[in-house]
Design a protein. Structure first.
Length: 215
């Protein structure tokens, strides 16, 4: 378009004018979207759920041969719904000296029922040493006043977990599955159990209803 002086005025393209007109609004919308994402985590990667475990011990007593009973460990992923078992392993174990009366202290096998468990490493007792699991006290039978105490899952080893030179600290064979009413494992087996146990539980801390004894 020409003016009265002959100068030519170029009209601004319609599309460019519209874009410039709406640019501040678009920038404002973009800024608001960025702020919203930062505050509410929109677009952020979801946090991974923590993996959690629970473990259970079962001591299945053998009436025909208490020194050839079975201790089983089962480990479950409890962060899954439903929980999923990831590990099941069993070992030969003994309890008592062949006496199947649980009310016979120091000789009878372990009473049936559930027990709290505490893993103790480097234990320095007067009769047992090394890797042991302390068990809660237990009435020998429901309603009985006879209580079994000083109960453990243990083996024969030194405080450091090595084999000693004398019998109480040296495993010699199947005859060593006999115990004063506790649960007894081979040295290698109780160390294996401790490794599995520590996946779910901390040493030195007591956990309720971890062990079930049955016959």
């Amino acid at each position: 378009m020409r003016t009265s002086t002959g100068a030519t005025l170029h009209a601004e393209p319609r599309g460019l004018a519209t874009a410039l007109h709406h640019r501040p609004l678009r920038l404002a919308v973009l800024f608001l979207a960025i702020v919203t994402a930062a505050v509410f985590g929109v677009g952020a990667a979801p946090a991974q759920a923590k993996v959690t475990y629970k473990g259970y011990l079962t001591f299945d007593k053998n009436p025909q041969n208490p020194q050839n009973s079975t201790l089983t460990w089962e480990l479950y992923r409890t962060d899954l719904d439903p929980p999923r078992r990831t590990t099941k392993v069993s070992w030969r174990a003994g309890s008592g000296v062949g006496v199947t009366n649980p009310c016979t202290r120091q000789r009878g096998w372990l009473p049936n029922g559930q027990y709290s468990v505490t893993l103790l490493e480097g234990y320095n007792g007067s009769k047992i040493w090394g890797t042991v699991f302390r068990l809660s006290d237990k009435a020998c039978k429901p309603g009985s006043k006879i209580k079994r105490t000083e109960l453990f899952i243990h083996s024969e080893m030194t405080k450091s977990g090595k084999q000693g030179k004398t019998e109480p600290q040296r495993w010699d064979g199947n005859g060593d599955f006999k115990s004063a009413g506790c649960i007894k494992l081979r040295p290698a087996d109780i160390k294996s159990l401790a490794k599995y146990y520590k996946i779910a539980y901390k040493p030195g801390k007591t956990y309720a209803k971890v062990l079930t004894v049955k016959s």
